[in-house]
Design a protein around this ligand. Structure first.
Ligand SMILES: C[S@@+](CC[C@H](N)C(=O)[O-])C[C@H]1O[C@@H](n2cnc3c(N)ncnc32)[C@H](O)[C@@H]1O
Length: 279
């Protein structure tokens, strides 16, 4: 029999029907210790490092970024990689369980992470510095369930960047899932071996993913808001970002339907006469 929990804790949607739970705080209930402990199996550090290669490192270096705020640290994959490549990194996350795991992971590489427990919606209450770059990776922004929260989070990111800073934010290709249903079963780059990740329920306001781990048959879920690519880009422009370049699975040129992930690189710097519709 499949277990919906491990010995430590069970994901608890407060007795409600999970597909009716669509609020921004839900991530706090979902990233319980058991799931956090499994997260590194899910993302598979080695395969992830291989598939993204030096994309983020190059993108940051090209833009002269040194001081980086990782707002969705999770278990620390990007924070640790960037520190290893000479960046000065602050690691923030709204989940204390995730931050503790990231700290523990970093110790294995002789790195002491500078961590801040902060929700994006009031990021500047807890983070008092200016950064060359903010990264929000691993399909994290999808956890915000209202447009108000998305706008507020983006405005907080914008405010924590220096005048010509850059935001790098990625998302799953929800357009493909919404438009073609569950038929789009890719091997998500994000997925380690022995983990099955698939959409269990999708409508315009919810993508509920199911994660099954082969080693102990444990099952966890994430409720996420299915962001359409152009909607995310529009919100970024509306909060003030001036130039947004969107990559599909790390490529500049791509077929929208075939991509698993989009990566938006949004620049704050004002450029006279810049055209808005760059992809
Ligand atoms: C899908 S995980 C990705 C973690 C990591 N970036 C990775 O790629 O492995 C999403 C992370 O975003 C964090 N998160 C979600 N909503 C948040 C919010 N409103 N404020 C701060 N952190 C949030 C979660 O706690 C979680 O660590």
């Amino acid at each position: 029999m499949k277990t919906e929990y491990n010995q430590q804790q069970k994901q608890d949607y407060g007795g409600a029907n999970p597909i009716e739970v669509r609020d921004t705080e839900t991530y706090q209930k979902e990233y319980i210790q058991g799931f956090v402990d499994k997260w590194d199996d899910l993302i598979g550090w080695d395969s992830r490092a291989q598939s993204e290669h030096t994309f983020f490192i190059d993108a940051l270096k090209e833009r002269g970024a040194k001081k980086v705020l990782d707002v969705a640290t999770g278990t620390g994959f990007h924070s640790i990689r960037l520190i290893q490549h000479g960046f000065e990194v602050t690691s923030a996350d709204g989940s204390p369980h995730m931050l503790a795991k990231a700290f523990e992971n970093a110790r294995r590489y002789d790195i002491v992470l500078r961590t801040v427990n902060a929700d994006w919606r009031w990021l500047n209450r807890d983070v008092h510095d200016e950064y060359d770059a903010i990264i929000c990776l691993g399909n994290s922004f999808t956890h915000l369930f209202s447009e108000r929260d998305r706008r507020k989070a983006l405005a907080e990111f914008y405010a924590a960047l220096r005048h010509n800073g850059v935001l790098i934010l990625d998302q799953r290709n929800y357009d493909a899932i919404l438009d073609r249903g569950f038929s789009s079963k890719h091997t998500y780059y994000y997925c380690g071996e022995n983990v099955k990740a698939e959409p269990e329920y999708v409508d315009d306001g919810l993508a509920r993913f199911r994660y099954e781990f082969a080693d102990d048959n444990s099952v966890y879920h994430l409720n996420m808001f299915p962001l359409r690519k152009d909607y995310t880009r529009r919100l970024m422009y509306e909060v003030g970002f001036q130039r947004i370049k969107t990559f599909g699975d790390f490529q500049e040129t791509y077929h929208q339907e075939e991509q698993d992930f989009f990566i938006h690189i949004a620049e704050k710097m004002y450029i006279e006469d810049e055209d808005e519709d760059e992809q």
